[in-house]
Design a protein around this ligand. Structure first.
Ligand SMILES: Nc1ncnc2c1ncn2[C@@H]1O[C@H](COP(=O)(O)OP(=O)(O)O)[C@@H](O)[C@H]1O
Ligand SMILES: O=C(CO)[C@@H](O)[C@H](O)COP(=O)(O)O
Length: 481
């Protein structure tokens, strides 16, 4: 909870939901309510907005009930559907129509998977929403018949540009749904909530109405906030956003800035004045939450690479960092291509990780620790190269995400990225971006809050690290591709 004038942190609360690649949205709802309690309730809060993981598929029936656990961004079961859709539409056309070339993360591939593997569920789908859409709808009082104050009005579902652009059936350049593409994927017609054709086309699958930046979908319903909301107090809602677009808002990133987030996913993105369509699929051409665009490259293997290697070495993160910094740049020739969870960029959903360059001399704990950090960051550096190759200016790099608290990640980032690296003060930048949206909806103006910096590691670019990594990565790609 931030002060609307200054952006200063006033209170915070947190609650977790289960890990995994499919999660029932009810867990998010319970976690949100616990987080409100943990933060001391909503007294004094004038507006709030929801930032959430992108792409997750929430299927609702006509009575507003969730039909199955949401398939999340990191669920790769729809890799075959992604390949089929790319084949049917063509990568070039797909990129032109949506900014994307399908990979398993995107919602369009998940609806195709459901059509093909769960036809009973597919036939009962009345609406498809994303995590933040569903939470915003629930906060407004809509939800399953009998278990929500305003009932299952699917016409009230809303989303925002940033998350709509991660579905694979919305066109960031025109700002409209590509309903034909949705029907091709799912085999049923669709309609945008709240439009004229929505009322005329009963039976079509409802897709949330796309709000403009700064637009509000309404207020938190007093009955759903329970004791968190004091009597007579109202809370305005912001549009909500996908997590990466929210982080860009939270950092007040502008064209020329690149953000690298090392969390569960690894992301590299820029804010751009122009829409992007990369037919190679390396860069996804999302929209941002400010009215501009957010070209992005995303890896599935980020912070958890360090968790795995720390576990292998039997050390905590502090010791992993100490070991990594003890080794020389290049880790004595040891390279980790860290595709522990398959990979999304490059699109290798079935790849596995591999260590190489092991000799008696190089097989040391410190080289393993360093190879883990280098491999993870080199995967992201490939994303930066792709953004630059598309002509995006990159003047400085913000490094955020849980793993950035690791000193080795900061120091080695300055060796792997050929840019000044800035480390903002530790914080929840996605939540901060959601707070920007809330303040924007409240005042009608995008706030300009200062972002405090924690440090900027000394520039120390060492191209040999990435060169060595790329050589091994090409070999892995040949086997897994
Ligand atoms: N000091 C550290 N070194 C390495 N990884 C860390 C460290 N601290 C936290 N992490 C990792 O950061 C991840 C959480 O990052 P965060 O950006 O909050 O995640 P998410 O992308 O899921 O929002 C976890 O995988 C956690 O283990
Ligand atoms: O798939 C993407 C972006 O395209 C991910 O960035 C997800 O939006 C969620 O990532 P985490 O917050 O779990 O790291």
């Amino acid at each position: 909870m931030l002060d609307a004038e200054t952006g200063a942190l006033v209170r915070e609360g947190r609650a977790s939901h289960p890990d995994g690649t499919e999660v029932h949205p009810d867990h998010w709802w319970r976690a949100l309510s616990k987080a409100f309690d943990d933060a001391g309730g909503l007294a004094g809060v004038a507006a709030l907005s929801v930032g959430g993981q992108q792409h997750g598929m929430v299927l609702l029936d006509a009575a507003g009930a969730v039909l199955r656990p949401a398939l999340l961004w990191n669920d790769t079961r729809s890799a075959g559907a992604a390949a089929a859709l790319t084949e049917e539409v063509g990568a070039e056309d797909f990129a032109q129509r949506t900014g994307l070339v399908p990979v398993a993360s995107f919602t369009v591939t998940k609806v195709r998977w459901v059509r093909d593997h769960e036809p009973d569920i597919a036939s009962r789908v009345a609406a498809v929403a994303l995590p933040h859409d569903w939470l915003t709808w629930r906060l407004r009082g809509y939800g399953p018949a009998g278990a929500s104050p305003l009932g299952p009005d699917l016409g009230q579902l809303t989303t925002d540009r940033s998350d709509a652009s991660g579905t694979g059936y919305w066109n960031p350049a025109s700002g409209t749904y590509d309903l034909e593409l949705f029907s091709l994927a799912f085999g049923r017609p669709a309609v945008e909530a709240g439009t004229e054709s929505h009322t005329e086309r009963s039976g079509a699958v409802v897709l949330p109405r796309v709000l403009a930046p700064g637009e509000s979908p309404g207020q938190v319903h007093p009955a759903v906030a329970g004791e968190a909301l004091p009597p007579g107090h109202s809370v305005l809602l912001g549009a909500g956003a996908g997590d990466n677009a929210a982080a860009a808002l939270g950092l007040d990133a502008r064209p020329g800035d690149v953000v690298v987030s090392v969390g569960t996913s690894g992301t590299v993105f820029a804010v751009s004045d122009e829409p992007v369509g990369d037919p190679s699929g390396t860069v996804a051409g999302f929209a941002d939450a400010s009215g501009l665009f957010l070209p992005i490259a995303v890896t599935l293997n980020a912070a958890r690479v360090l968790t795995s290697v720390a576990g292998l070495l039997g050390v905590d993160f502090d010791e992993l960092s100490r070991l990594a910094l003890e080794a020389e740049p290049g880790a004595g020739g040891v390279v980790l291509v860290p595709y522990f969870e398959g990979e999304r960029t490059p699109n290798l959903p079935h790849a596995t990780a591999s260590f190489s360059g092991l000799t008696i001399a190089s097989t040391t704990r410190s080289n393993f620790a360093r190879a883990a950090v280098e491999g993870m960051l080199c995967g992201l550096a490939g994303g930066l190269d792709a953004l630059r190759a598309l002509g995006h200016p990159a003047e400085r790099l913000f490094l955020i995400g849980g793993a950035v608290q690791n000193p080795a990640v900061q120091r080695i980032a300055a060796q792997v990225f050929e840019l000044p690296v800035l480390v903002p003060s530790p914080g929840e930048y996605v939540a901060r971006g959601a707070a920007v949206q809330a303040a924007w909806a409240l005042t009608g103006e995008r706030p300009a809050w200062d972002v405090a910096l924690d440090g900027h590691p000394e520039p120390d670019f060492q191209p040999a690290i990435a060169e060595q990594y790329r050589a091994e990565q090409r070999k892995v790609e040949q086997v897994a591709g």
